[in-house]
Ligand binder design. Structure first.
Ligand SMILES: Nc1ncnc2c1ncn2[C@@H]1O[C@H](COP(=O)(O)OP(=O)(O)OP(=O)(O)O)[C@@H](O)[C@H]1O
Length: 252
């Protein structure tokens, strides 16, 4: 099967400092992929290369190749804004637009793209909120400020906002680290459903979470991708001694 995402020899630098080294990775359509590893090993740096977020970081540089559905993400004719629409992102802390209503948050990307048809906007809002398992909780307060929602609801709203533009891939950077256990469980459950409509790469510090939600796992250490494989196998019979030491909690 042709992978949806494939990277070859990806190196990422902040000025002179190299944060990610020679990463080769393939991600299949409709899967959840976890990036794990100790703090500072380059997980977030790698994630942000996929949707060209480093274009916005002064001094950051990406070399090598990242192909999304066969297209070079850093190709000369690729518009970074269009690429960021194809590659959605959900951050550690929920970041709804604070001055906008629930509804306007969800459809903000579509409005930015010039969609004005109110029927279509409502359809997309409902589909996206249902997709993020939030519709039932907010359907009667779509016009209320997004900031009135709980933290867990705000994070699901951010997922709905990302889904509204139908991303080919959804990047999630520790999406539950600011949430309570109940909200975390809801988002973990949601991921299984999200696989039906998109492909997910999630950075997580929590190895139990990686084991629960992901199909494949990539273990990073000091900027290197040490091991990538089927999650069950990586956790139960890792090939590399460093992976084994990490997943058995010998360092972290
Ligand atoms: N904007 C930046 N400028 C310079 N160095 C950076 C920048 N962002 C990250 N780094 C460095 O790059 C390395 C990788 O950081 P990164 O945030 O990708 O790691 P991580 O694995 O996601 O860590 P964590 O789990 O703590 O979030 C670290 O040494 C970090 O200090």
């Amino acid at each position: 099967m042709t992978p949806l995402l494939s990277t070859s020899d990806v190196n990422i630098f902040y000025g002179e400092k190299q944060a990610v080294r020679g990463v080769n990775l393939e991600v299949q359509r409709g899967s959840v992929n976890a990036l794990i590893g100790p703090s500072g090993c380059g997980k977030t740096t790698f994630l942000r290369a996929i949707n060209r977020m480093h274009d916005l970081t002064p001094g950051a540089r990406v070399t090598g190749q990242i192909l999304l559905d066969g297209e070079d993400v850093y190709g000369p004719d690729v518009d970074p804004v269009t690429m960021r629409r194809r590659v959605g992102m959900v951050f550690q802390k929920p970041n709804p637009f604070p001055t906008m209503s629930v509804f306007d948050n969800v459809v903000s990307g579509l409005k930015l793209a010039g969609v004005r048809d109110s029927r279509r906007l409502m359809d997309v809002a409902e589909r996206s909120l249902r997709g993020a398992a939030l519709w039932e909780e907010v359907k009667d307060r779509l016009r209320m400020p997004a900031t009135g929602l709980s933290g867990g609801q705000q994070q699901r709203l951010c997922i709905a906002r990302a889904l509204a533009v139908e991303p080919e891939i959804l990047l999630m950077d520790e999406p539950t680290s600011a949430l309570d256990p109940a909200s975390t469980a809801r988002i973990e459950d949601l991921m299984t459903d999200l696989k039906k409509v998109t492909t997910i790469i999630i950075v997580t510090h929590n190895m139990h979470q990686a084991a629960r939600v992901s199909d494949t796992t990539s273990f990073f250490l000091n900027g290197d991708l040490v091991e990538h494989g089927v999650t069950d196998q990586l956790f139960t019979s890792p090939r590399d001694g460093r992976t084994e030491a990490y997943v058995t909690g010998r360092f972290g």
